[in-house]
Ligand binder design. Structure first.
Ligand code: FE
Ligand code: FE
Ligand code: ZN
Length: 294
């Protein structure tokens, strides 16, 4: 069965229950959320009552809760230790995220490896591993390193870099990878050749390490190092290539998460995109339909 959803909100008053209801309204059977705003580290206490209520509904709806994913905020940067206080702030915040995940019963936390901000890739990789080694295994939560577009000084723009980080992590059980199709395209991996990409991934890192796939089209060409997501089928990767990835047998148990942009910054596209993906047929008019909320 296809496990598909999108990123959804997580609000102070409704928390996991609100996130679940939003996912259900899109016809999703999984979802991903930030435990607060993605750009900042303001967080509020988890309310167990809401978590329990959400879990009960998931049981009724046949939701596989083990596939639900949390995304850590972007501002965490384990790669940069120029300022030791800032580095430790990132480490501590990430540890608190692990704790929040654990309180919410979540086992997968997606993390951007970080940006080296001039320190160079080698130093960055050892910093990232150092930070991860301080916290991994304190909770039964797996950190999934996301493959990045290589915008600016982002680390994790190649399988080699991801592998080097994983090699330095002590607790191999709690480290994995989140593929992002837009980022892979922008970093120079041709998604039309996904089968050979997966083979290479399996040889280098092991396919079992893939814990999540972000499904996004891209506004930019192969190797652009840009990172601007596009709606499914409306970008340079294209519908057929994305369908081929989404329905890949080897990844059938891995959650697929849409992070495509809102249409006109107002209308969530996910219900429409999920339906189109289930139909496996591209709809040229989709953006118009989303706009008109047909
Ligand atoms: Fe991400
Ligand atoms: Fe992503
Ligand atoms: Zn992105």
């Amino acid at each position: 069965m296809l496990i598909i959803g999108s990123h959804v909100g997580f609000k102070k008053d409704s928390q996991l229950l609100g996130s679940l209801k939003e996912a259900l309204s899109y016809g999703a059977n999984t979802f991903m959320f930030y435990t607060g705003a993605p750009q900042n580290t303001n967080r509020y206490p988890i309310m167990d009552g809401l978590t329990l209520e959400a879990m009960n509904i998931m049981k009724e709806e046949g939701f596989d809760y083990s596939k639900v994913v949390v995304h850590a905020p972007y501002i965490i940067n384990l790669a940069n230790d120029k300022d030791p206080d800032k580095f430790m702030f990132s480490v501590r915040f990430l540890q608190e995220e692990l704790e929040r995940c654990s309180l919410l019963g979540i086992h997968k936390l997606v993390l951007h490896p970080g940006s080296h901000v001039g320190l160079g890739v080698d130093t960055a990789i050892s910093n990232i591993a150092k930070g991860l080694n301080m916290i991994l295994g304190t909770y039964d939560v797996c950190i999934l390193l996301e493959t990045m577009a290589g915008k600016g000084t982002e680390v994790g723009k190649s399988l080699e870099e991801i592998k080097r980080i994983i090699d330095l992590v002590d607790d191999k059980e709690h480290i994995g990878v989140c593929l992002d199709t837009c980022h892979l395209n922008d970093s120079g991996y041709d998604m039309r050749k996904f089968d050979s990409f997966l083979e290479k991934f399996d040889e280098m890192i092991g396919i079992h390490k893939i814990g999540c796939v972000h499904i996004n089209d891209s506004k930019n060409v192969l190797g652009a190092h840009k990172d601007r997501h596009e709606n499914i089928g409306f970008g340079t990767i294209g519908f057929d290539t994305l369908i081929n990835i989404i329905y890949n047998e080897k990844l059938k148990d891995v959650p697929k998460i849409l992070e495509t942009p809102y249409v006109d910054r107002e209308y969530a596209p996910y219900k429409y995109e999920i339906e189109m993906i289930r139909n496996k047929k591209f709809d040229n008019e989709l953006i118009q339909k989303i706009r008109n909320q047909e």
